[in-house]
Design a protein. Structure first.
Length: 131
């Protein structure tokens, strides 16, 4: 099987990919998208308890997440996207918009293997600690 895959790769390199150039810009775009997906999962994992955008930003800064330093607007873009996807619910409380995971958002994180909930956390519906 391994030889067949190698032969397929060689054939694809000679035909379909012969004129394809994978530039540094392409590599940067792929890396940026991978970082964005990881950032989305990280933000969602912080929302087991309702948090404001400022609280989320502070938690990410403390963790040294470079993608948000001097670019905090990306957090709100991700939060709004996840709200449209049904993973996050936003509520105004005392003049502060707070975000938290919906049941669908919690299931999504669990399916992606990002979190393991303890029985106590499942019963209480509260995340006890961030990983």
């Amino acid at each position: 099987m391994d030889d067949r895959l190698k032969n397929l790769k060689k054939a694809m390199d000679r035909t379909a990919f012969s004129s394809t150039k994978f530039t540094e810009q392409h590599k940067e775009n792929v890396q940026r998208q991978l970082n964005m997906d990881e950032l989305k999962r990280l933000i969602l994992s912080l929302l087991f308890e309702a948090k404001s955008g400022i609280e989320i930003t502070q938690l990410l800064h403390v963790r040294g997440i470079q993608d948000v330093i001097n670019n905090e607007g990306i957090i709100y873009s991700i939060l709004h996207e996840q709200e449209r996807n049904g993973f996050v619910l936003a509520n105004w409380t005392d003049g502060v918009k707070r975000y938290e995971l919906t049941k669908t958002g919690k299931k999504q994180l669990q399916q992606e293997g990002q979190i393991k909930l303890t029985l106590k956390e499942r019963l209480l519906g509260v995340r006890m600690h961030a990983e």
